[in-house]
Design a protein around this ligand. Structure first.
Ligand code: HEC
Ligand code: HEC
Ligand code: HEC
Ligand code: HEC
Ligand code: HEC
Ligand code: HEC
Length: 421
């Protein structure tokens, strides 16, 4: 080892130790966490990365003691145990790259070794979940393919039209001779437009390619713009009162529709009025998290005086900041989805009962998101009067395919007019 490599190795180790020490400021408890935080940058269990693969490492070392000492400070270990040729060889094998000293306790190393010896099995691949499932909204492949096919047909049609009209044009203007000359050397004095038409006619392939490129470009821009319009996935504004869904729908198990009662009745779910809050908060005047601070804001809004226990003050509505907001040209109806479609709130809004303050938007609410679900979700038709007739008609329509079940798209859920005013 020459001077410079020793120096840089030393510096390297110092820097690494610094960062490793930093990362130890928040010591994780279990082996897997410790491993991820401190070792995973250089080690994998099943693959050599910067350092060797660690699966089965216990068997390669004489004793656990030696192994622990090595992990805590490999350079110290090498200095203290010149007789351990395995360690020396390993160090040489890895080009003397230094595994930094780790300020971790014996227990923590044991936890890591426990994890290395028995890593948790990877999660079983889930069976495809039947029924509604929120699609990622990212898979537009079929859309694209269909689009391309249509564009292609249009282009072919246009080119055929060009050909016919070029013929007709030249024939009309210059007489039959020119028509015969078309495609050969042309030295008649044609206008620019006619030359262009003639050139297009003679260079069909180039024209077709050009049109495809231009169209793809335009469509791409349009599509990006379209699917990206107003995407507020994860939007979580601050609210006038620190209302936590976790405390209410989670810890206290209050049903969503107790507060959002109109979700089952109409288009909008609505936000509960302050009266609904008062049903409980007349009695509950103190929270475990924010004490009376937040709940007193409810009283203010309700015009309730907790001292006298009566509504003797003027109230004022709570100005909740709206989170979900579809553009005005989109029609979305809650009861159709929740009652008729029997879709759980969580399918679209996420596990709201685990959302703490501030509430956030879960789904992206893009057109692609709506459409993907309509394509994949089967309509629940059984025992639903509204659908008995439609169902019979659909079974008839798809008779040759023997279909009994239908997705929303098959009942017309992809038609523009269903969602757009
Ligand atoms: C900066 C990179 C780096 C980090 C971080 C690191 N190691 Fe290493 N480790 C190595 C290298 C390189 C070797 C090969 C021996 C040598 O050259 O020092 C090694 C070797 C080992 C060995 C001996 C492997 C064998 O095949 O016998 C064990 C065990 C080990 N590391 C465990 C750990 C554990 C546990 C952690 C986390 C607490 C850790 N290492 C963090 C780089 C690293
Ligand atoms: C105790 C009453 C209450 C319960 C129960 C409740 N919510 Fe809410 N919810 C509210 C209030 C108040 C707001 C407005 C404040 C906010 O956004 O944090 C709200 C906001 C929301 C919003 C965002 C509205 C927007 O502005 O776009 C969604 C979505 C929502 N709730 C879904 C649910 C779901 C799903 C459940 C059941 C798991 C549920 N809520 C249970 C009171 C409640
Ligand atoms: C069905 C009963 C019920 C309704 C309706 C209800 N709450 Fe609560 N609320 C509770 C319970 C239970 C707690 C927990 C009190 C505790 O922390 O011990 C609570 C706690 C709170 C807290 C205090 C959290 C803390 O830890 O400091 C706030 C703020 C709050 N609710 C706001 C609202 C608002 C706003 C509404 C109306 C939209 C509402 N609640 C409707 C039952 C309800
Ligand atoms: C199929 C998906 C879907 C389901 C299921 C669904 N929602 Fe919504 N929710 C939406 C969309 C989309 C919006 C935005 C509507 C808008 O901006 O007009 C929304 C908006 C809301 C709002 C904001 C107020 C409003 O009506 O615009 C609340 C509150 C809400 N949902 C609660 C619920 C609750 C509670 C349930 C279950 C009973 C539920 N949602 C089921 C998609 C869904
Ligand atoms: C989680 C899946 C899911 C999502 C997401 C979803 N829908 Fe639906 N939608 C359904 C189902 C299921 C039905 C059929 C309900 C029924 O049985 O009538 C439906 C029906 C409809 C219908 C009536 C269609 C018809 O032919 O009568 C409209 C309109 C509609 N949805 C609009 C929307 C809009 C707009 C969005 C996005 C903001 C959306 N949906 C998102 C599942 C979904
Ligand atoms: C299942 C419901 C649904 C269907 C069917 C649907 N759309 Fe949409 N569309 C939406 C939603 C939701 C948005 C709003 C997306 C956003 O804000 O990101 C939207 C947005 C748009 C926009 C963007 C307008 C703007 O805000 O600038 C255009 C254009 C559009 N749709 C055209 C169409 C056309 C054309 C069809 C028929 C092929 C169609 N949509 C079918 C739900 C639908």
């Amino acid at each position: 080892m020459n001077r410079t490599t020793r120096y840089s190795g030393w510096l390297h180790a110092l820097v690494l130790t610094f960062f490793v020490t930093l990362s130890f400021s928040s010591i994780a408890q279990d082996g897997e966490k410790l491993f991820r935080a401190n070792c995973a940058s250089c080690h994998k269990l099943d693959k050599k990365v910067v350092g060797p693969a660690l699966a089965g490492v216990q068997d390669r070392w004489e004793s656990e003691e030696a192994l622990i000492a090595w992990i805590q400070n490999s350079q110290q270990y090498l200095a203290d145990h010149p007789e351990d040729s395995y360690a020396a060889d390993l160090f040489a094998e890895y080009n003397n790259s230094i595994m930094p000293a780790m300020p971790i306790s014996n227990e923590e190393v044991k936890a890591i070794l426990g994890y290395i010896a028995n890593p948790p099995a990877p999660p079983e691949p889930k069976d495809p979940v039947p029924g509604p499932e929120v699609a990622s909204g990212k898979d537009y492949t079929m859309f694209w393919l269909l689009g391309f096919l249509v564009i292609f047909l249009v282009i072919i049609k246009v080119l055929m039209d060009v050909k016919t009209s070029v013929k007709r044009l030249l024939y009309d203007i210059k007489g039959e001779e020119v028509y015969r000359a078309a495609g050969e050397e042309v030295d008649f004095d044609l206008t620019g437009k006619e030359k262009l038409a003639l050139w297009m006619n003679n260079n069909k392939v180039a024209v077709m390619l050009l049109m495809v490129v231009v169209l793809v470009g335009v469509l791409n821009v349009a599509w990006e713009g379209l699917i990206g319009v107003g995407v507020y996935d994860g939007y979580a504004p601050t609210q006038p009162i620190k209302f936590s869904h976790q405390i209410h729908a989670g810890d206290n198990g209050i049903n969503c529709v107790y507060c959002h009662s109109s979700a089952e009745k109409g288009k909008h779910s609505g936000i509960p009025s302050v009266n609904v809050c008062m049903n409980c908060h007349k009695g509950i005047n103190e929270g475990s998290r924010w004490g009376t601070e937040e709940i007193s804001k409810i009283y203010e809004a309700a015009g309730f005086n907790p001292e006298t226990g009566s509504y003797d003050k003027p109230g004022k509505p709570i100005k909740w900041v709206r989170i979900h907001n579809l553009p005005d040209h989109v029609y979305f109806n809650h009861s159709q989805h929740v009652v008729v479609g029997e879709i759980e709130c969580q399918t679209c809004h996420g596990e709201v009962e685990t959302f703490d303050y501030p509430m956030h938007q879960h789904a992206e609410l893009t057109m692609g998101w709506c459409i993907n679900c309509h394509r994949e979700t089967e309509v629940k038709m059984g025992g639903n009067d509204y659908y008995d007739k439609i169902h019979a008609e659909l079974v008839e329509k798809y008779k040759d395919q023997g279909l009994e079940k239908f997705t929303v798209s098959q009942i017309g859920g992809l038609e523009c007019g269903k969602c757009h005013y």
